[in-house]
Ligand binder design. Structure first.
Ligand SMILES: [Zn+2]
Length: 204
């Protein structure tokens, strides 16, 4: 059986290259969204002001804008006293993270999901930012490679999410889960040590 991606919507096929030609290199000076368009940004909108458009392309039924703006993850989390997983999943701060990508990113960064956001060190913040790019970028590549139907969520490439009891791909220890404010978090107690010493290890 040969599965090929559905043909794209003709209007978007036509418009996206035009948009890309017009926007590449332009700087964002303001953001205004007209119905019925919905804008989803991975960071608060005001962080996008001053960023430069690198590219515009189709991504499933979205039009994806790639921007080169500098943003400091420290600014986004340094005043937050919640657990880092809660901050990652706060849609007003980051719009890219559901449960799975939040767990994967924290595992990649070696940060415990219950670590208090404002206590993360500069090294941890740099690592967290790098992990976001690795995990989300890798997921985009993987999803694009497989071109799943629009209603199918491809998540079977995750390394820790819903893998409680399985070996950690990095150290071979057992993946554990713990409750984080109404959600569960999957993590590796060895790779994501509880540096605050509060005994945050789930044994479910
Ligand atoms: Zn591990």
């Amino acid at each position: 059986v040969v599965r090929s991606p559905m043909p794209e919507r003709p209007d978007l096929e036509y418009q996206v290259p035009l948009l890309a030609d017009g926007l590449r290199g332009a700087v964002v000076t303001g953001v205004r969204v007209r119905k019925p368009v919905v804008l989803r940004a991975p960071v608060p909108i005001d962080v996008l002001i001053g960023a430069r458009f690198l590219d515009v392309r189709r991504l499933g039924h979205f039009v994806a804008f790639t921007l080169d703006g500098e943003w400091d993850i420290g600014e986004l989390v340094k005043k937050r006293r919640e657990q880092i997983k809660v901050v990652l999943m706060d849609k007003a701060t980051f719009d890219s993270f559901g449960n799975a990508y939040a767990d994967e990113t924290l595992w990649e960064a070696g940060i415990h999901p219950k670590a208090t956001a404002c206590t993360l060190t500069q090294d941890q913040l740099v690592g967290l930012h790098a992990a976001m790019r690795t995990v989300l970028g890798g997921a985009i590549d993987e999803i694009r490679r497989r071109s799943p139907p629009l209603d199918e969520k491809v998540r079977d490439f995750v390394k820790v999410r819903n893998r409680g009891g399985e070996p950690c791909p990095r150290c071979g220890g057992k993946i554990r889960s713990a409750g984080v404010r109404g959600h569960d978090a999957f993590f590796c107690p060895t790779c994501q040590p509880d540096t605050a010493g509060k005994g945050f290890v789930g044994w479910r």
